[in-house]
Write a protein of this length. Sequence first.
Length: 202
Amino acid sequence: MRMNWFLDKLPWILTGFRAAAGLAPWLFLLAGDDMIIPALLIPLALLSDIFDGIIARSRGVASELLRRADGWADLVFVISYTLFCAIYRFEALQPYWPFVLALALYKGASTLHDFHRYGRGAAFHFWSAKLWALPYYGVLFQMLWGISPIWLIWPTLAMGFIAVTEEFVAVRLIPIWMSDQPNVFAAIKAHRALADRANPLD
């Protein structure tokens, strides 16, 4: 009984862990400690992002509230670590800053497009976004650990442009908010199926 309760709450625990871990580099900076532990939290945060949804679906506890919390936890963690690296590891990013800035502006425009279309951020959870996260978290790890050159930067930029473009196209083509779709083609197919069920005589 207790194990079942724990497993049902585990997606929330993992989501909360990821949000809290986002504060780590700033807290360790204030304490005057090195960045080893914040760097080691990055792969743990990535694993929590992968398994919270898997566990939630397998336990039947996936919900709209959990999806929103998951999105906010991702946002807190990624923005916090990214800002920290941009401020305190900027010299490592200098050779790439025009490409990084272009991707950041593109992502910002895509997010504004999400809110204009749906009133909230898109959450398709496409595989392209998941594949973007892998090298992105790797870049954050390399920067915090002090590994140079940042050899994962180019895969991160490439997957970033692909992921943002796929999401932008999906938001443009699909008028309703959807989640948990593997790619834009599956999302369009799922939307058409919903529309056919809603209007069986059309």
